[in-house]
Design a protein around this ligand. Structure first.
Ligand code: 6PG
Length: 226
């Protein structure tokens, strides 16, 4: 199932889905970048009971957790530290090198989610180059089908630091994937990823949960070329 919704404030819809999954005690994957900040702030305002949920991350920049570029740091400041009943958090360790951090996350994924991980809700964004998580067009990590977490030595965009990313087998194993995309600079990438057939070179267009739902929440400028 795939559904594209264009809203004035798509972050509000995503905040509702995150809150619902959290209250249900879900295994939830948060993402980085600037777009989800508003959604995280709304979840913090709602201050629901996240104590039964576990929060994971789609990708991380190899910086310490309190660095301004840390995806975990952004989620911690806007959401996780604001909740009265916070979730269990499994972060990618940006303070390690990409190889070590990917290996450590892989081990945690296998230990806690098994050999066929099925997340309840994975939140993702799309970059203007059509990347998602830290799966950048033309980079080898896009073809990774064995590992669940891959090191990304060369990022395709700023900040140009190595990353760790979840891979397609994990993204496409989810029960639900929600994309949150806003802004006119994403319109071209959105059209390449979410029209049929998607551009095979656009990583975000390759997120198609095999036995789950795909929801795409857009604002009008991001949806302009659909
Ligand atoms: C990251 C993200 C990345 C993000 C897109 C969109 O680490 O940068 O996880 O995949 O979702 O780059 O980011 P913006 O919302 O900042 O445009």
């Amino acid at each position: 199932m795939r559904e594209i919704t264009v809203l004035e404030d798509p972050g509000a819809a995503v905040a509702e889905r995150l809150t619902e999954a959290a209250v249900a005690g879900g295994q939830i994957v948060l993402t980085g970048g600037s777009t989800p900040r508003g959604a995280y702030a709304r979840c913090a305002e709602a201050d629901a009971d996240w104590s039964r949920a576990t929060v994971w991350f789609s990708d991380e920049r190899m910086v310490p957790p309190d660095h301004p570029d840390s995806n975990f740091g952004m989620a911690a400041r806007t959401l996780l530290s604001q909740l009265s009943k916070p979730p269990t958090v499994v972060r990618m360790q940006g303070e390690l090198g990409a190889d070590a951090a990917a290996g450590a996350y892989e081990a945690l994924l296998r230990e806690r989610m098994g050999s066929d991980p099925r997340f309840d809700l994975i939140l993702l964004g799309v970059g203007p180059d059509s990347h998602t998580a830290s799966l950048f067009p033309g980079k080898p990590e896009v073809e990774e089908m064995g590992r669940f977490a891959a090191p990304v030595p060369l990022a395709g965009m700023e900040p140009q630091v190595p990353r760790v990313t979840l891979t397609f087998p994990v993204l496409n194993g989810a029960r639900e994937v929600d994309f949150l995309v806003s802004g006119a600079d994403k319109a071209d990438a959105v059209a390449r990823c979410f029209t049929e057939p998607p551009d095979p070179d656009a990583p975000a267009g390759r997120v198609r949960p095999t036995a789950g739902s795909l929801f795409v929440f857009l604002d009008e400028p991001a949806a302009a070329q659909l």
